[in-house]
Design a protein around this ligand. Structure first.
Ligand SMILES: Cc1cc2nc3c(=O)[nH]c(=O)nc-3n(C[C@H](O)[C@H](O)[C@H](O)COP(=O)(O)O)c2cc1C
Ligand SMILES: C=C(O[C@@H]1CC(C(=O)O)=C[C@@H](OP(=O)(O)O)[C@H]1O)C(=O)O
Length: 359
């Protein structure tokens, strides 16, 4: 099956299914000599893992990563980094009822139609459990980006009908990872928590938006044509399960402004060329301009709801699918870790590409 590898020079291949023995991956192209801070990598995994609070899936996984290769005496050797995360808390019986039928808006139908043989347990390969391996790749990318003072933070700015008026502003993000809704505004975080919990009790689900900000990105990442930085970010974000939208800078709202209002005026600050506004979101002509890169990613409401739904089975017969198992009422609080990881891998990949293509 194609499509299991991400990246050009810093490459991540993932393997594993939600109810298989283990997940894992191989990272190829990581420079030698990087000190591997396992506690940091684990803390990134902890931001994504299931079972974190009442408003996430109740599946309990430690998501403890075990490195198999590519690291010696605590540093990378430049060879492929293999790693595994074992599955320990699957409850596969919860999925017997969808062995031959399809949950509306999950991947059951398309997977069956395309491959004709499907691991229906927990959605198999199409489960977002796979994204744990992406977080390992992203954490290693972040360790390299720290050497360049590049920081990446994602946080929840909308959960269903509740949204922050000013998603892209200065937030002290220190405490955001400790609040279960992962919204940087304390009051809104509590409202989001209560709302998601209420939706969960109804057996329903909601979607939302995460905003991601990349600070410290140098000028010059990305190409003027196909590998435009925003195009690579868009692909990375839309490769995450349940995403439905990506916008950078002014995004869809930009259409409401005139050019005279939208253009980002240049000025100089010492030796630096800066822009007064940042409607471009830090990317112009496909290339980073040194301003903050900021973008939004929209996630749909979770497909598996705890309510009966009309569907069909493999033979086209009408069936009722009842929601079973442990599911997220809203993916946003956990999705921030995946958004950060994918952004880190894109930015690092472009840094490495620049090292081989510019003087
Ligand atoms: C962090 C995260 C958690 C998710 N949890 C669930 C879940 O518990 N139940 C579910 O039905 N879908 C869940 N999803 C969404 C499915 O993985 C996704 O709908 C499925 O892979 C089909 O892909 P699509 O929605 O992009 O078409 C989750 C997605 C993410 C990113
Ligand atoms: C296990 C995780 O989330 C899972 C993502 C998921 C889905 O359909 O995407 C459905 C549920 O799967 P399961 O019934 O197999 O537990 C979630 O719990 C995880 O993210 O690690």
């Amino acid at each position: 099956m194609a499509g299991n590898t991400f990246g050009t020079l810093f490459k991540l291949t993932t393997f594993g299914e939600s109810h298989g023995i283990a997940l894992g991956g191989v990272i190829d192209g990581c420079p030698a000599g990087l000190v591997i801070d396992e506690a940091f990598i684990q803390s990134e995994l902890d931001k994504r893992k299931p079972g974190q609070s009442r408003i996430t899936t109740q599946r309990k996984e430690a998501d403890k990563v075990e490195f198999l290769s590519g690291i010696f005496e605590g540093k990378t050797t430049g060879t492929p980094i293999g790693f595994t995360i074992y599955n320990t808390n699957e409850k596969s019986k919860d999925y017997d009822h969808i062995k031959d039928s399809f949950r509306p808006s999950h991947a059951d139908f398309t997977y069956e139609a395309k491959y004709g043989h499907r691991d229906y347990r927990g959605g198999g390969r199409s489960s977002a459990r796979e994204t744990a391996s992406r977080v390992v790749g992203g954490a290693i990318a972040k360790l390299i980006l720290k050497h360049y003072n590049i920081n990446i933070n994602a946080y929840v700015t909308q959960a269903g009908k509740l949204k922050l008026d000013n998603p892209y502003t200065f937030y002290n993000l220190e405490d955001t990872y400790n609040n279960p809704a992962r919204c940087p505004d304390e009051k809104m975080a509590q409202q989001m928590f209560d709302y998601i919990d209420e939706i969960r009790k109804e057996g329903d689900t909601i979607g939302g938006i995460t905003t991601c900000v990349v600070k410290g990105c140098p000028i010059g990442l990305g190409s003027p044509v196909f590998d435009r930085l925003e195009a690579d970010l868009a692909k990375a974000m839309l490769s995450i399960n349940a995403t439905k939208g990506f916008e950078i800078g002014s995004g869809f709202n930009g259409v409401n402004l005139k050019g005279s209002e939208h253009n980002d005026e240049f000025y100089t600050e010492g030796d630096f060329i800066k822009t007064k506004t940042n409607n471009s979101g830090g990317v112009q002509g496909g290339i980073s301009n040194g301003e903050d890169i900021y973008f939004n990613v929209a996630f749909k409401p979770v497909a598996t709801i705890m309510k009966p739904q009309n569907s069909i089975d493999k033979n086209g017969k009408n069936v009722i699918v009842n929601g079973k198992g442990r599911h997220d009422p809203c993916v946003l609080p956990r999705a921030i870790a995946i958004v950060e990881a994918m952004a880190a891998m894109v930015i690092l990949d472009h840094l490495l590409i620049n090292k081989t293509t510019t003087l």
